[in-house]
Design a protein around this ligand. Structure first.
Ligand SMILES: C[S@@+](CC[C@H](N)C(=O)[O-])C[C@H]1O[C@@H](n2cnc3c(N)ncnc32)[C@H](O)[C@@H]1O
Length: 269
């Protein structure tokens, strides 16, 4: 099948489906992305065209394929210690003994886990065997499964300081050559769960730090507002919200002010 063969109406319908599931709008410029990512599923399921695929995933009982379609359409790029300045800031806060207790941290679009594991390495350095954990969530169950496994190509770990790499990662051998496995002592500290940022946060917990990095960029202004309003419900009054360095909350909320590049705090804090 020619992967370019998605009709305008099938693309619009798939785009609508994805918007309803994730809150993300796929513009017409994403037509070849949709083709490229979903075409292999059409082949496996021996379906004629994208319209048939959409009917398949919206048929009751086919929720696993529906979830897979959403997974395939999300962009999951990430790596360890991405945007180092945030980790420097976290280290600064921990050095100062902020916030006076073990911080509650949530990586709210954690993708395959490199972000929460980077946080966990720093937390382990400061809090060792004490009672701490890092909450981590994503829309994609496939990404959460990778995070739970903690097995990554070494290329994702270029930014990990060598002392942390030696301490918290095991180098793969034999069939795992070229991979690293995050040590179990960190894997058990991640509390992974599926969460759609467009929905209210069900957990009653309040967070000192929320990492919301490199995900807002995929949403329109209304989507960004919805997400930020949900997160404001669970951010501690003196807590910090991190977004990606290419993202901004200008025009999205007055409740948060920028205190450093890509770091926000409640305006009245
Ligand atoms: C580009 S990754 C960012 C990963 C990490 N935060 C970083 O900065 O490296 C974006 C992640 O957002 C997730 N995502 C997209 N829409 C979402 C939604 N509505 N709710 C929760 N996660 C979502 C995707 O599945 C993807 O794993």
């Amino acid at each position: 099948m020619n992967v370019q063969a998605i009709s305008e109406s099938d693309f619009a319908a798939i785009s609508q489906f994805f918007y309803a599931e994730s809150g993300i709008r796929l513009g017409m410029n994403k037509r070849s992305l949709v083709c490229g990512r979903l075409a292999p599923r059409l082949k496996v399921l021996q379906l004629e065209n994208f319209g048939a695929y959409l009917r398949f995933i919206t048929t009751q009982g086919n929720h696993l394929e529906r979830q897979l379609a959403v997974d395939l359409l999300t962009t999951n790029e990430t790596y360890f210690f991405r945007e180092q300045r945030h980790f420097d800031f976290l280290q600064e806060l921990l050095d100062q003994g902020w916030p006076g207790h073990i911080p509650q941290i949530w990586s709210a679009a954690c993708s395959s886990g490199e972000e929460p594991y980077s946080i966990a390495m720093l937390m382990a350095e400061y809090f060792g065997d004490k009672l701490w954990q890092v909450d981590a969530s994503d829309l994609s169950n496939r990404m959460l499964a990778t995070a739970a496994q903690g097995l990554y190509p070494l290329s994702r770990a270029r930014e990990v300081p060598s002392s942390l790499l030696r301490k918290y990662c095991l180098k793969g051998l034999g069939q795992f050559d070229g991979y690293l496995l995050v040590d179990d002592c960190l894997r058990q500290r991640l509390s992974l769960h599926a969460h759609n940022l467009m929905e209210p946060v069900r957990r009653k917990k309040k967070y000192d730090l929320i990492f919301l990095r490199n995900v807002l960029i995929y949403f329109d202004a209304a989507g960004k507002k919805t997400i930020i309003n949900h997160l404001l419900e669970v951010l501690q009054p003196d807590g910090f919200l991190f977004v990606g360095h290419s993202e901004s909350l200008n025009g999205i909320t007055d409740a948060l002010v920028s205190v450093r590049p890509a770091v926000y705090r409640l305006a009245q804090a």
